[in-house]
Design a protein around this ligand. Structure first.
Ligand code: HEC
Ligand code: HEC
Ligand code: HEC
Ligand code: HEC
Ligand code: HEC
Ligand code: HEC
Ligand code: HEC
Ligand code: HEC
Ligand code: HEC
Length: 404
C-alpha cells in the first residue's frame, strides 16, 4: 500500500520510449495495481531504483520480462492465489481465480498448449486492469458480453472447435439482455453469471443448465418435482429449463409455447395424447384468465375516466394478476391440479371486478339520466317563469293610460 516510490526507473525510462514501446507506461495510470501502490517491478521483477537497464532489467534482480502466453495465469496467480499477500490489500477478496480457471475449458486447453483461449488478460486487459466494479472494466456486467464475444463471435477463431458462434447474437434478443440494458437490472445474468467468472461453469452447480435455478428458485423447485426432470437431464449437457426456454436467446414466455403447431410441447407430445391435451388446457386457462383480467381492466379504466370511484376494484385486480403469475409458475410441475387453484381464484376476482366496473358504468348512466331529467325540468321551469313574467308585463302595459 502507500504510494509507489517517487523514484521508479521503470516508469521514468519507459515513459520516454517511442510510442509503441511506451504502451505500458502510458496505459498504467488507470491500473488498479498502481492505485494500490504496486508498479512495473511488482509484476515483472527487476530493480526500480536503478536507471541502468542492464541492472534494473537483469535476471540477477529477478527480472522476468514479458511472460509467455501460457504462463500468464500463473504470473497473475503469484499474488492473487497468495492469501497472505492479498489479505494485506483486500481482506475480503477471493484468492481462487487461478484454481477455478484451471477447471475451465479455457484453463484446461491452455494447459494443453492451446493459446487461442482466454487467459486472465483477455478478460481483464493488461496495464489498464481496472477494479471489477469500474464501469469501464471489460468484466463490468454490461461489458462482459462484448468481452467474451471478441472470441466467441469470431467465426474464424472458433472454426477449429466446431462450436456455435451465435451466443451474443442470440443473447441480445433475450429477456435477460433487455432486463440488463433497458431496465438497468444488474441482477439479470450476463455470460459470466451463467458460465462463471473463472470456471467455465459455476462451481456450485452440477450442470451449466442448472444455473437457472440459482436465480429462479421457485421455478426450479416445481421443475424438480415434474416428470420432465428425469427425462430432460439426460447425458450430453443441456437439458433442464433449456429444453423449453433455450439458453442464450430466452424469449418472453407466452402460451404460444404450449399450444399450436410451433409449441415446444408438440415436439415431444403428439396431438391427441393426454400430455398434449394437458398442454392445451394449460394454454386455455392462462389465456382465459389473462383475457378476463384485461376485460375487467378495460371496464374499470373507462369507469375511472368518467370520474367513478373504482379504486377498490382496481386494487383487487392486482391480486388477480398475481394469481395469473402463480398459475404460470405452477405450470412447471406439469400437474394441472397445481394450476387449478390460482386460476379459479383469479377468475373469481376477474368476475367480481368486471361486475364492479359494470355497476360503476351503470351508475354513471343513471346519474347522467338524472342530470338530463333535471336539466329538462329546470328548462321547463325557466320557460314557465319567463312566460309568467311576460304575462304580468303585458298585463301592466295594458293597464297604462292610452294617452302615453
Ligand atoms: C533506461 C531505460 C529502461 C529502464 C530503467 C527499464 N526499462 Fe524496461 N525496457 C527498456 C527498453 C528500451 C526495452 C525494450 C523495448 C522493446 O524492445 O520494445 C525494455 C523492455 C522491457 C520489457 C519487455 C521485455 C520483453 O521480454 O519483451 C519489460 C517487461 C520491461 N522492460 C519492464 C521493465 C521494468 C519492470 C523495469 C524496472 C524494474 C524496467 N523495464 C526498466 C528500457 C528500460
Ligand atoms: C499486473 C501486472 C503487470 C504490471 C503492474 C505491469 N505489467 Fe507489463 N506486462 C504484464 C503482462 C501479463 C504482460 C504480457 C502481455 C501480453 O502477453 O500481451 C506484460 C507485458 C509488458 C511488456 C511487453 C510489451 C507489451 O506491451 O506486451 C512491456 C514492455 C511491459 N509489460 C512493461 C511494463 C511497464 C513499463 C510497467 C510499469 C509501467 C508494467 N509493464 C506493469 C503484466 C504487468
Ligand atoms: C473468461 C474471462 C475471465 C478470465 C479468463 C479471468 N477472469 Fe477474472 N473475472 C472475470 C469476471 C467476469 C469477473 C467478475 C466481475 C464481477 O464481479 O462483476 C472477474 C473477477 C476477478 C477478480 C475480482 C475478484 C473475484 O474473484 O471476483 C480478480 C482478482 C480476477 N478476476 C483475477 C483474475 C485472474 C488472476 C485470472 C487468471 C488466473 C482471471 N481473473 C481470469 C473474468 C475473467
Ligand atoms: C504483485 C502482485 C500482483 C500481481 C502479479 C497481479 N495482481 Fe492483480 N491485484 C493485486 C492487488 C494487491 C490488487 C488490489 C487489491 C484488490 O482489489 O484485489 C489487485 C487487483 C486486481 C484486480 C481488481 C480486483 C477487484 O476487486 O476489483 C484485478 C481484476 C486484477 N488484480 C487482475 C490481475 C491480473 C489479470 C494479473 C495478471 C496480469 C494480476 N492481477 C497480477 C496484486 C497483483
Ligand atoms: C481470447 C479468446 C476468448 C475469450 C475472450 C473468451 N473465450 Fe471462451 N473459449 C475460447 C476458446 C478458443 C474456447 C475453446 C472452445 C472449445 O473447446 O470448444 C473457449 C471455450 C469456452 C467455453 C466452453 C465451450 C464448450 O466447448 O462447451 C465456454 C462456456 C466459454 N468459452 C465461455 C466464455 C465466456 C463466458 C467468456 C467471457 C467471460 C469467454 N469464454 C471469453 C476463447 C475465448
Ligand atoms: C442464462 C444463462 C446463460 C447466459 C446468460 C449465457 N449462457 Fe452460454 N450457455 C448456457 C447454457 C445452459 C449452455 C449449454 C451448456 C450445455 O449444453 O451443457 C451454454 C452454452 C454456451 C457455449 C457452448 C457452445 C454453445 O453455444 O452451446 C458457449 C461458448 C457459451 N455458452 C458462451 C456464452 C457467451 C459468450 C455468452 C454471453 C454472450 C453466454 N454464453 C451467455 C447458459 C448461458
Ligand atoms: C443471475 C440470475 C439469473 C439467472 C442465472 C437466470 N435468470 Fe432468468 N431472469 C433473471 C432476471 C433478473 C430476469 C428479469 C426479471 C424478470 O422479468 O423477472 C429474468 C427473466 C427471465 C425470464 C422472463 C420472465 C418473465 O416474466 O418474462 C425467463 C423465461 C427466464 N429468466 C428464464 C431463465 C432461464 C431458462 C435461465 C437459465 C438458462 C435463467 N433465466 C437464468 C435472472 C436470472
Ligand atoms: C416443459 C417446458 C418448460 C420447462 C422445462 C421450463 N419451463 Fe418455464 N415456462 C414454460 C411455459 C410454457 C411458460 C409460459 C406460460 C405462459 O406464460 O403462457 C413458462 C414460463 C416461465 C417463466 C415466466 C413466468 C411468468 O410469470 O410469465 C419463467 C421465469 C420460467 N418459465 C422459468 C423457468 C425455469 C427457471 C425453468 C427451469 C427450472 C423452466 N422455466 C422450465 C415451459 C417450461
Ligand atoms: C423433449 C421432449 C419433451 C418436451 C419438449 C415436453 N415434454 Fe412433457 N414429457 C416428456 C416425457 C418423456 C415425459 C414422461 C413420459 C410421459 O409421461 O410421456 C413427459 C411428461 C409430461 C406430462 C405428464 C406428467 C405426469 O406427471 O405424468 C405432462 C403433463 C407433460 N409432459 C406436459 C408437457 C408440456 C405442457 C410441455 C410443453 C410446455 C411438454 N410436456 C414438453 C417429454 C417432453
Amino acid at each position: 500500500m502507500g504510494a509507489a516510490p517517487a523514484q521508479d526507473s521503470c516508469v521514468t525510462c519507459h515513459s520516454a520510449l517511442d510510442d509503441a514501446a511506451k504502451g505500458p507506461a502510458a496505459l498504467i495510470k488507470n491500473d488498479v495495481h498502481i492505485a494500490h501502490g504496486l508498479s512495473c517491478a511488482d509484476c515483472h521483477g527487476g530493480d526500480r531504483t536503478s536507471d541502468d537497464p542492464e541492472v534494473s532489467m537483469s535476471k540477477a534482480k529477478g527480472f522476468k520480462g514479458k511472460p509467455a502466453r501460457t504462463d500468464i495465469p500463473k504470473f497473475c496467480a503469484s499474488c492473487h492465489s497468495n492469501p497472505d499477500f492479498m489479505r494485506k490489500y483486500a481482506p475480503q477478496e477471493r484468492v481462487d481465480q487461478f484454481e477455478l480457471y484451471q477447471t475451465s475449458v479455457h484453463g484446461k486447453r491452455l494447459a494443453g498448449g492451446d493459446t487461442a483461449v482466454a487467459t486472465c488478460i483477455d478478460c481483464h486487459s493488461v496495464h489498464d486492469i481496472r477494479s471489477v466494479k469500474d464501469t469501464m472494466s471489460p468484466v463490468y456486467p454490461l461489458r462482459v458480453p462484448e468481452t467474451c464475444s471478441r472470441c466467441h463471435s469470431d467465426q474464424q477463431k472458433m472454426a477449429p472447435y466446431k462450436i456455435p458462434t451465435n451466443q451474443f447474437e442470440q443473447y441480445k434478443t433475450s429477456v435477460h439482455w433487455a432486463a440488463l440494458t433497458k431496465r438497468g437490472d444488474l441482477s439479470a445474468p450476463t455470460c459470466a453469471s451463467c458460465h462463471g467468472n473463472h470456471g467455465a461453469k459455476p462451481p456450485q452447480v452440477g450442470s451449466v443448465s442448472d444455473v437457472c435455478g440459482t436465480c429462479h428458485v421457485l421455478f426450479d423447485q416445481l421443475y424438480q418435482k415434474s416428470a420432465h426432470k428425469a427425462v430432460f437431464s439426460g447425458a450430453g449437457g443441456g437439458g433442464g429449463c433449456m429444453v423449453c426456454h433455450s439458453n442464450h436467446g430466452i424469449q418472453n414466455p407466452s402460451t404460444k409455447m404450449l399450444a399450436g403447431a410451433t409449441s415446444v410441447c408438440s415436439g415431444c407430445h403428439e396431438q391427441g395424447t393426454p400430455q398434449a391435451k394437458t398442454a392445451a388446457q394449460m394454454a386455455s386457462w392462462i389465456d382465459g384468465l389473462d383475457g378476463a383480467l384485461k376485460q375487467s381492466e378495460t371496464v374499470l379504466t373507462s369507469a375511472e375516466k368518467y370520474g367513478m370511484e373504482v379504486s377498490e376494484a382496481q386494487v383487487r385486480l392486482i391480486d388477480g394478476r398475481e394469481n395469473l403469475v402463480k398459475a404460470q409458475l405452477a405450470l412447471h410441475s406439469m400437474q394441472p391440479a397445481d394450476m387449478q387453484k390460482p386460476i379459479d381464484l383469479g377468475m373469481a376476482i376477474a368476475k367480481d371486478t368486471l361486475q364492479a366496473g359494470q355497476d360503476a358504468l351503470h351508475e354513471k348512466d343513471i346519474r347522467r339520466y338524472g342530470l338530463a331529467v333535471s336539466v329538462i325540468l329546470i328548462a321547463i321551469a325557466m320557460f314557465a317563469v319567463r312566460t309568467l313574467i311576460r304575462r304580468i308585463e303585458n298585463g301592466k302595459q295594458a293597464e297604462l293610460p292610452k294617452t302615453l
